[in-house]
Design a protein around this ligand. Structure first.
Ligand SMILES: NC(=O)C1=CN([C@@H]2O[C@H](COP(=O)(O)OP(=O)(O)OC[C@H]3O[C@@H](n4cnc5c(N)ncnc54)[C@H](O)[C@@H]3O)[C@@H](O)[C@H]2O)C=CC1
Ligand SMILES: O=C(O)CCC(=O)C(=O)O
Length: 449
């Protein structure tokens, strides 16, 4: 298997996030390839690490001062063995091809786990929506779609949101797609309810990660009631993680953004959550304003010079990393273990670094990797596509109950695969193996394409 990694490293030596994601999957699926040599013979892994298509393009737009600015747009169409490419778009200054490819690669296995017919892709831009006016965001989204529309379609590629892309951006992107194609189709998910969106899509990733956590805890005869939790991020995933945790009787102490974090020992209850939703989704302010509004909460700015993230150094039972990749290093993981944490459910994609994962696994922590725990978002996107095709709308209750049963089914497939391949209870191996087998078998069925 080293040779696969050698290929990746030789082809794209600087794509460190992509290497990280590929290495983890390769380590997990080695026993599957040993038991099924036909996958090796068919070059399944060699094909999986090479995107079916990568689009990179210029996105020129005009700011409010009349100055022309240029950003870079991407769409990585990774694998379509089980359905049209599906995955979010990220607008953040850190976006580059390595980050796009790691996210698209993860998405392939995640989408396979959902039980729905969706392939994997991801896209985005190094555009930073922070501090931009609505008009600037609209002009950017329109220019972005003016190029990307050629590669999309309800049976080809159906993007959605991710960091920096929420309901506002999906609206502007959809408006331009509709105009260019002269067609009203379900080509994006995360749409507003008035024009084809699904109930529960905004809630789905956070709720799903909590449902997955509940499933993991139930294997040890526990529940989330009265559990003390740390959550990072303060965007879409973090907000609805807190909402569901509160409903289930847990207590959440933390939230963060890229500048720092707040610790509220009284707990972030529903009223405080409403304020966060206003602060982040309407005012588009910074998390430090939370501590100004609730003075008993403590705000700590992140210090780029330290070797750990202080958010992860508090006493708690359960942890929901919901901000971004590589936000938990080995020292953070050790701090969490030392502080009594015994469950980690990843709302974000790849938030734990490999040596941090080893620490969780060595300490028998219930640890769910993002591609299993945060699959609820894309799963409800898949349900949005189904509703669009059938031209109907399911009730809140219907979508939430489908989401819950999808998360239970992902949990069961991870456990089954981890047992079948000799590492019972290891959700990393379970998720990688279960996702891999479904995609690999579909690729085998479809020949060498
Ligand atoms: N939105 C969705 O449906 C899904 C999102 N995810 C993942 O969840 C994570 C969060 O995404 P969303 O909540 O959708 O994005 P968002 O844009 O709504 O929120 C992201 C939050 O993370 C914070 N953040 C960004 N960089 C940070 C850093 N370096 N340190 C601390 N905080 C930081 C931002 O300030 C923001 O509050 C990402 O890893 C994303 O890929 C995964 C599955 C689905
Ligand atoms: O809803 C979707 O299509 C994609 C969600 C997403 O970007 C993710 O699962 O990371």
């Amino acid at each position: 298997m080293d040779s696969i990694l050698d290929i990746v490293m030789a082809r794209d030596p600087f794509e460190k996030e992509f290497h990280q994601a590929v290495t983890e999957v390769i380590e997990s699926v080695k026993p599957v390839l040993d038991r099924n040599p036909e996958y090796r013979h068919a070059g399944i892994m060699e094909r999986l690490i090479e995107p079916e298509r990568v689009v990179q393009f210029r996105v020129p737009w005009m700011d409010d001062q009349g100055q022309v600015r240029v950003n870079r747009g991407f769409r990585v169409q990774m694998n379509s063995a089980i359905g049209p490419y599906k995955g979010g778009m990220r607008f953040h200054p850190s976006v580059n091809l390595s980050i796009m490819k790691f996210l698209a690669f993860e998405q392939v296995f995640k989408n396979a786990l959902t039980t729905l017919p969706i392939g994997g892709g991801k896209g985005g831009s190094d555009f930073d929506p922070k501090g931009k006016s609505d008009n600037e965001v609209m002009r950017f989204c329109q220019s972005f779609m003016c190029e990307l529309f050629r590669y999309l379609g309800p049976y080809t590629d159906v993007p959605a949101g991710d960091i920096g892309v929420g309901g506002r951006e999906i609206g502007y992107l959809f408006g331009m797609y509709k105009k260019l194609k002269n067609e009203f189709s379900g080509v994006l998910t995360g749409k507003s309810l008035n024009w084809g969106g699904s109930l529960i899509r905004p809630e789905a990733t956070g709720y799903g990660s909590v449902f997955f956590a509940d499933e993991m805890l139930s294997t040890r005869k526990q529940s989330l009631k009265d559990k003390v939790c740390l959550v990072s991020g303060s965007g879409n995933v973090a907000q609805y993680t807190i909402e569901k945790l509160n409903h289930l009787g847990a207590k959440v102490l933390t939230l963060s953004d890229s500048s720092g974090y707040v610790y509220d020992e009284k707990g972030i209850d529903d009223a405080k959550l409403q304020y966060i939703m206003y602060l982040k989704n309407v005012k588009r302010g910074r998390i430090k304003e939370y501590a100004e509004k609730y003075p008993k909460a403590v705000y700590t700015a992140f210090d780029a010079g330290t070797d750990h993230n202080p958010l992860w150094n508090h006493k708690a039972d359960c942890v929901f990393p919901s901000a971004t990749q590589n936000e938990i290093n080995a020292k953070d993981a050790q701090n969490l273990v030392n502080n009594g944490v015994y469950m980690v459910s990843e709302g974000a994609n790849m938030p734990t670094m490999p040596d941090g994962i080893d620490i969780f696994l060595d300490n028998n922590i219930l640890y769910a990797p993002g591609k299993a725990a945060n699959a609820g978002g894309v799963a409800v996107s898949g349900l949005e596509m189904s509703q669009n095709s059938m031209r109907i709308r399911w009730s809140r209750q219907e979508v939430e109950s489908r989401l819950k049963s999808i998360m239970q089914s992902i949990h069961a497939s991870c456990l089954l695969a981890s047992e079948e391949y000799g590492t019972p209870g290891n959700y990393v191996n379970g998720a990688n193996i279960a996702g891999f087998i479904k995609v690999a078998d579909s690729m085998m069925d479809q020949g060498i394409v």
